[in-house]
Ligand binder design. Structure first.
Ligand SMILES: *Cc1c(COP(=O)(O)O)cnc(C)c1O
Length: 373
């Protein structure tokens, strides 16, 4: 049996990307492995990142952190999206660092800590401008409360998140850093000195050494992709190599006459007699349905554009009248090819008006991940 489609993950690329970033900073590296490591596979990527020199792991959800612990990974791990009602006792039992950005969650974490007789390790998130997570209006109340309970907690970190670090010209990031300093001095003024200060995502890690502080949270760059190719340029400029390649079989290859209307809605009309290939991947696998003909697949040194609409489990490409492809051959949808001329993840993103983050994270779990290391 052979796979109808698979994602190839080059763990050497992940290691090399971490090494490339390590050459540019003294900060510790937290490998961001949320969302199944951006679709690359949570546990294998976490292990590769730690081996390559990352010292922390970061995830959004507590469940993701617990999965890491159950896989035997005991390195420091933060879960930063912990709504009220999460299982904080499990977080404490598994030694998971918890981010706190509301009084309600602070109270729940304290209750869990008292119930278990074990100090929680917390990172305080402050909202310095993004207006998403983090303390803002209730900061003064928080300061009063934390003063009373600080000996019951291990206050490990203070952190924030940038909204516009991928725009090197924007003042917003400088403004956020100033706001951050003011939150930090509020904490110092009540005698709290967090050990770990962290602000930077990949964009800030690549472009703002002054924002690195004690630790950087490295996401998209670790996977070898640029946070924004328009404003920051291609990942190769930063010596980063994409780790994900998506391959699929042609289930069928056939001649089709000029004038044929291809796919649902007959939205694409063939201009010439040609050979079509049916690729066994569709929108349920994470191929964006609104992808246009500016993207496609690579086979045997040539690009073959997408024709017509992407279906749930398959899409059609125009292989050209000279194609030697036969059914059962594998094509490369995106990623590394022997001659480097395949479609990139950024081209696929552009062809469906989205970003590379969305392309990699939504490749469905029914597409197996194969690891190169
Ligand atoms: C996802 C995430 C990151 C990583 O962002 P990249 O742009 O992928 O580097 C860092 N910090 C937080 C809080 C995140 O949610």
């Amino acid at each position: 049996m052979t796979y109808r489609a698979y994602v190839e993950i080059d763990l050497r690329a992940i290691a090399s990307n971490i090494a490339a970033v390590k050459r540019t900073t003294d900060a510790e590296i937290l490998a961001v492995v949320k969302a199944d490591a951006y679709g690359h596979g949570l546990v294998p990527v976490a292990q590769a990142a730690l081996t390559a020199g990352a010292s922390w792991l970061g995830v959004a959800l507590l469940e993701e952190a617990i999965t890491l612990r159950k896989a035997g990974i005991s390195h420091r791990t933060i879960a930063w999206l912990t709504p009220p009602g999460d299982d904080f006792e499990s977080a404490l039992k598994h030694d998971i660092d918890i981010s706190i950005s509301s009084l309600k969650v602070l109270h729940e974490v304290l209750a869990a800590s008292r119930a278990l007789g074990k100090k929680a390790r917390i990172h305080i998130e402050v909202d310095t401008g993004m207006r998403r997570g983090g303390f803002l209006g209730d900061w003064e109340t928080f300061l009063e409360e934390i003063l009373n309970v600080k000996d019951e907690l291990h206050i490990v970190g203070l952190w924030t998140h940038f909204a516009r670090a991928d725009e090197p010209e924007a003042h917003a990031t400088e403004d956020q850093i100033k706001e951050f300093e003011s939150f930090l001095s509020d904490l110092h003024s009540i005698g709290i000195e967090p050990e770990i200060i962290h602000l930077s995502n990949s964009a800030a890690t690549l472009t703002r050494p002054a924002a690195h502080r004690s630790m950087v949270r490295l996401g998209i760059a670790m996977y070898g992709l640029s946070p924004d190719i328009k404003t920051l340029g291609d990942a190769s400029q930063y010596s980063l190599k994409p780790a994900m390649t998506l391959k699929a079989k042609l289930s069928l290859v056939k001649h089709a006459p000029k004038g044929s209307a291809v796919g649902y809605g007959g939205t694409a009309i063939l201009e010439n007699d040609t050979i079509l290939g049916v690729v066994v991947l569709g929108y349920s696998d994470g191929i964006p349905r609104n992808s246009d003909a500016s993207t496609g697949i690579w086979f045997d040194g040539k690009r073959a554009p997408l024709v017509g609409r992407v279906s749930m489990d398959q899409f059609v490409v125009n292989l050209g009248s000279e194609s030697m492809a036969t059914s059962g051959d594998y094509v490369t949808v995106f990623g590394t090819t022997s001659d480097g001329t395949g479609y990139s993840i950024d081209e696929w993103a552009n062809a469906s008006s989205t970003i590379n983050y969305e392309i990699v994270t939504r490749i469905a779990s029914r597409v197996p991940r194969i690891y190169l290391n």
